[in-house]
Ligand binder design. Structure first.
Ligand code: HEC
Length: 404
């Protein structure tokens, strides 16, 4: 057969490459969009899409509003002494369109403040119209909105769980007391119970033992199932495999009631045990296949050399099954990290990230800019885990099919 030339190979692999590239693009675009959105000021998030950051910014001073405003307020904004728009202190009282909207809806002596063109009656449309005016005012007064094209304020809001009408950092600077009642405006806010910062810590405390415990037990049990002789071994193993199909939801009520009786309700120990229990059947099954597949000879020679089960497990099995342990660990960790239901039911007193995100949602959908930051905070660790261990991830996907 003619050896494949470079070009030939290129064309033969082209469909695969195209598929992979398409999948990457499909994944990356929304992620990038979310990331960019999370870095934009909330006003910008509300009024325009994230892709607009790639457009050059509109020059301030062009639209009809600006000439219109200047007709009374003057080109520099300081023609009316009582309403000096060039004064940063005045303008910073209108950080967002909805405040300005209330102001501009007010009538002046000669008639409505804004007549040409009139403000749309529909609130969202009006806000959209006003957002460039906010920018205009900020530029006029020297509060430079350009510098605020990207900001970490959404992350600050998400970390402390702040739901005020302005963002947390601004309110702290200005000392707006009413919404700040629960906050101290220092580092201690990062661990306030309603913030993502606290939830992050809670999730780590919840997830790490919930990953390690089932793997430790599964490895030990799998060793026993594979290399120790005891009565009913096959039956117990078959039972375990069968247990995998028990739906998690079915056990919520009995276990919740049990936990209340024995005082484990709402404790980390309770959720560790729950995740361990539910992780075990599959983990044992996978590890048993892997450990059972190790060559019999190495165990026989080890036993001949006087090794007991414990040394065989530590010195032989653990090093040889590291890839399986790693892939299992990744899957269990991701599952536990992303779990909502179990955490909501058993750990409501220590909200984890998935639960806290839902606490941050405003029922009227007003503060969804916080969610962008919150979403990113909650999937940063899974992303790191995934990219750090992607080798094992693929192996883990194949582990069941090849070994089993
Ligand atoms: C018809 C003349 C006129 C026009 C046009 C006009 N304003 Fe005003 N504006 C006033 C007067 C007079 C006041 C002060 C009266 C008051 O405080 O109620 C004022 C007050 C304000 C204030 C409040 C300032 C403060 O001290 O809190 C803001 C903000 C403002 N105008 C913004 C605008 C913007 C933006 C435009 C253009 C869209 C505009 N105005 C167009 C006359 C005008």
């Amino acid at each position: 057969m003619k050896p494949l030339t470079g070009l030939n190979r290129f064309f033969r692999n082209l469909p695969t490459h195209l598929a992979i590239v398409t999948m990457c693009v499909l994944w990356i675009i929304p992620t990038l969009g979310l990331f960019i959105t999370s870095l934009r000021p909330r006003e910008a998030v509300r009024t325009s899409g994230w892709w607009t950051v790639f457009r050059p910014q509109v020059q301030v001073g062009e639209t009809e509003y600006r000439t219109y405003c200047a007709s009374c307020h003057g080109v520099d904004g300081d023609a009316i002494a009582a309403a000096d728009l060039s004064d940063p202190a005045v303008v910073s009282a209108y950080p967002r369109s909805n405040r300005l909207l209330t102001m501009l809806r007010r009538d002046l002596e000669s008639g409505p403040h804004l007549v040409d063109p009139p403000l749309p009656a529909e609130p969202n449309a009006a806000l959209e119209v006003l957002s460039p005016i906010v920018t205009y005012l900020q530029t006029l007064s020297g509060i430079n909105p350009e510098a605020e094209r990207f900001t970490l304020r959404n992350y600050a809001d998400a970390l402390v769980g702040y739901k005020g009408s302005q963002d947390y950092l601004t309110d702290c600077e200005q000392g707006v007391v009413s919404t700040l009642a629960k906050f101290d405006c220092d580092a201690s806010d990062l661990l306030k119970p309603e913030g993502m910062g606290r939830a992050f810590v809670n999730t780590l405390i919840m997830a790490i033992p919930s990953t390690i415990l089932p793997i430790v037990f599964a490895a030990l049990a799998a060793y026993a199932f594979a290399w120790m002789d005891f009565k009913g071994r096959q039956w117990i193993f078959a039972l375990l495999v069968g247990l995998q199909i028990v739906p998690l939801q079915m056990t919520l009520v009995p276990i919740a009631r049990l936990y209340v009786q024995i005082g484990l309700a709402g404790t980390f120990l309770g959720i560790w045990l729950f995740h361990t229990g539910f992780g075990l059947p599959y983990a044992i099954y996978l590890m048993r296949n892997f450990i059972g597949g190790l060559p019999r000879e190495i165990f026989e020679s080890a036993y001949l050399d006087g090794a007991n089960h414990w040394t065989a497990f530590c010195k032989l099995v653990l090093p040889l099954t590291l890839p399986a342990i790693a892939s299992l660990g990744i899957f269990q960790f991701l599952w536990v990290w992303n779990d909502f239901l179990v955490a909501k039911v058993f750990l409501s007193t220590h909200p984890v990230l998935t639960v806290q995100v839902t606490n941050l949602i405003d029922p009227r959908g007003a503060n969804w800019h916080i969610l962008t930051g919150a979403a990113f905070l909650s999937f940063i660790i899974p992303m790191i885990v995934f990219f750090a261990f992607q080798r094992y991830f693929v192996r883990g996907l194949l582990a069941g099919s090849v070994k089993g």
